[in-house]
Write a protein that binds this ligand. Structure first.
Ligand code: NAP
Length: 241
């Protein structure tokens, strides 16, 4: 069984990953989200796949919540084959610029801190808390859901300041974690899922989750240790830092 933990799995890309991995018989999914009682699709999946899915309450910004999630998952399994740091925020989504988090001249530290807390700090704290389980997994992989908006080299215009900077920070986190996990054989990468029609991506995004997630899963499943510490597009092409 491949034991997989996905954060922010109640909607968008996280939910698509849960649904698609559950279609593979050899997976056991820990589907985490902030508010289980409001996650209607996840609750339906938990009934449908009762043998292979567990719902886990996890607010990625709260250390107590992370610790409780580790405890819950450790009661069920002694290792994880995959952890997907998927939860992320972009205030207002792609379409609307929320000035205090996005626009130079209007930025406010608190609004920016919240974006950094979710997108860059939480993935490190989660990697740290789940490191023992990952190290005990077979050919384990840690996937940080980043964005090409975090690529310094690809950036030609300034917008969404906190989102872009937080994803650039997450990319550095991936690189650092890849060195800390290398000796244990845990693969760590940053992956850009494409511009996808979700609450964050908005209705004008170029692709639906169904159009890119299966390809991204093939890339994730095909990763080897030689890929660790790299930054990939959803179709497997390398992206510049
Ligand atoms: N969609 C795109 O075009 C696109 C492009 C590049 C990168 N990405 C990245 O892909 C990932 C998923 O994006 P998406 O499009 O699926 O976004 P989404 O539809 O807005 O979903 C975001 C998810 O993150 C969760 N989340 C936010 N804050 C959280 C917290 N403190 N604790 C736990 N969960 C939290 C949300 O849970 P709640 O329902 O509780 O808020 C939700 O499940 C993000 O990291 C995003 O940056 C997306």
């Amino acid at each position: 069984m491949r034991r997989i933990l996905i954060t922010g799995s109640n909607r968008g890309i996280g939910l698509e990953l849960v649904e698609r991995y559950l279609k593979q018989d050899d997976t056991f999914i820990f589907a985490s989200c902030r508010h289980i009682s409001e996650a209607s699709t996840l609750n339906t999946l938990a009934l449908q796949y009762a043998e292979r899915v567990r719902l886990v309450q996890l607010d990625v910004t709260k250390q107590q919540s992370i610790d409780e999630a580790v405890e819950q998952i450790s009661r069920e399994v002694d290792g994880l084959e995959m952890l997907v740091n998927n939860a992320g925020i972009l205030p207002g989504g792609v379409a609307s610029v929320v000035p205090n988090a996005a626009k130079f001249g209007f930025l406010e530290a608190e609004a920016m801190e919240e974006v950094f807390r979710v997108n860059a700090i939480a993935p490190i704290m989660i990697a740290q808390a789940f490191s023992s389980l990952l190290r005990k997994g077979t050919s384990a992989r840690l996937i940080n859901m980043t964005s090409d908006a975090g690529s310094i080299e690809m950036t030609q215009s300034a917008y969404h300041y906190s989102y872009k900077a937080s994803k650039a920070a997450l990319n550095m986190v991936s690189r650092c974690l890849s060195t800390d996990f290398r000796a244990d054989g845990v693969i760590v990468v940053s992956i850009h899922p494409g511009w996808i029609q979700t609450d964050m991506g908005g209705p004008h995004a170029t692709r639906t989750p169904a159009e890119t997630i299966p390809s991204m899963m093939k890339v994730i499943d095909g990763l080897t240790m030689a890929d660790s510490g790299k930054f990939f597009n959803w179709d497997g092409k390398p992206l510049p830092w």
